[in-house]
Design a protein around this ligand. Structure first.
Ligand code: ZN
Ligand code: ZN
Ligand code: ZN
Ligand code: ZN
Length: 338
């Protein structure tokens, strides 16, 4: 570990991974909510064309990729706002066009070599320079700040566009903002895990978080924790095992997802085993039945001889303040609201 931290390029790599692991899930959660999980993938394809333009013209590829991907994000949102059917095709055209243009342009600039694109497609984290790091750090800070400040609004729009529009939110502007944030995330991540794999770090930590958490607030915290653990852990692991960094990070996120799924299932099974029946009684609890009513999550418990009884499928359960006593039936993560 200390040997790894003693290397300049590894320190840079671990820091870059920390930035990406933090920012990617925070943007990704809104993409998952909007059911646009693959848009980061598409913008990654488009950013490749931007990288190629940078290589051809001698500009910084990070900058040209950022501009190209952000422009594409704006176009996608405007097209989507005009109608869904043609929007899908427009998206597909843009994604294929992005990667095709990238390959064509890079070949012109280097006399037929596409090898130089590999680092951008699959990540080349150990080439992260100090200047890159400063740019990535600033961009990540912007992403985190904006998603935190605008979270209620972004969430409202991601959850139900019609309702958000009816309540006066600038839906198109917020969607464009989310698209641009996605584009920025893609570019920040391109050195770390590559343009073809970045989407994984936006989506999978959120999917894993939904396995272990019921509320939106804690789901975000879990997602960021999973994201950082996967990206930083992936960099360290790839150094130790001498494997490709981007691929290692993504495989690690998938492992984390599998663990989270197992943990979530175990907790739910435990809660089911805790299901305790109250003694049978003829008395039927209800409003004004004479027992104190105690609101408990999505239902009401009634205080009966010192026990809390909750109606459940034709019988009564024993409840208490222990969260395991009250596990809501399979929380549907899509329904979770802030
Ligand atoms: Zn009663
Ligand atoms: Zn209860
Ligand atoms: Zn009772
Ligand atoms: Zn029951």
């Amino acid at each position: 570990m200390s040997e790894m931290l003693g290397l300049d390029f590894m320190r840079n790599a671990l820091l870059a991974a920390l930035f990406v692991g933090l920012a990617a899930p925070m943007v990704g959660i809104f993409l998952v909510q909007r059911r646009l999980s693959l848009i980061g993938d598409g913008l990654g394809h488009v950013a490749l064309a931007g990288v190629a333009v940078g290589v051809l013209t001698g500009q910084a590829p990070v900058l040209t990729a950022l501009v190209t991907a952000a422009l594409a994000a704006v176009v996608i949102e405007v097209v989507r706002a005009r109608g869904r059917t043609t929007g899908d095709v427009a998206l597909a055209l843009m994604f294929y066009g992005g990667i095709a243009a990238g390959v064509v342009i890079i070949n012109r600039s280097e006399g037929g070599r596409t090898g130089s694109l590999n680092g951008y497609l699959f990540g080349a984290i150990t080439t992260t320079s100090r200047e890159d790091l400063v740019v990535f750090g600033l961009l990540s800070a912007v992403i985190v700040a904006i998603t935190l400040v605008l979270r209620p609004r972004l969430f409202a729009v991601a959850g139900d566009e019609e309702y958000a529009r009816a309540s006066g939110l600038p839906v198109l502007a917020l969607n464009i903002l989310l698209g641009v944030l996605t584009a920025v995330t893609v570019v920040v991540a391109m050195r770390v895990i590559g343009l073809l794999l970045i989407s994984a770090l936006m989506i999978i930590p959120n999917a894993a978080a939904q396995q272990v958490s019921g509320s939106f607030r804690s789901a975000t915290a879990w997602a960021v924790l999973f994201g950082v653990a996967s990206s930083v852990g992936g960099v360290a692991l790839s150094y130790r095992l001498d494997t490709a960094t981007g691929g290692t990070i993504v495989l690690l996120t998938i492992a984390v997802f599998a663990l989270a799924m197992a943990a979530g299932a175990a907790v739910r099974a435990l809660a089911r085993r805790r299901h305790r029946l109250a003694e049978r009684h003829a008395h039927e609890h209800g409003p004004g039945c004479g027992h104190e009513a105690i609101p408990h999550g999505d239902h009401v418990d009634y205080l009966h001889d010192g026990h809390r009884h909750a109606a459940h499928e034709g019988h009564y359960d024993e409840h208490s303040d222990d969260p395991l006593d009250h596990s809501p039936a399979e929380p549907d993560a899509q329904e979770v609201r802030p």
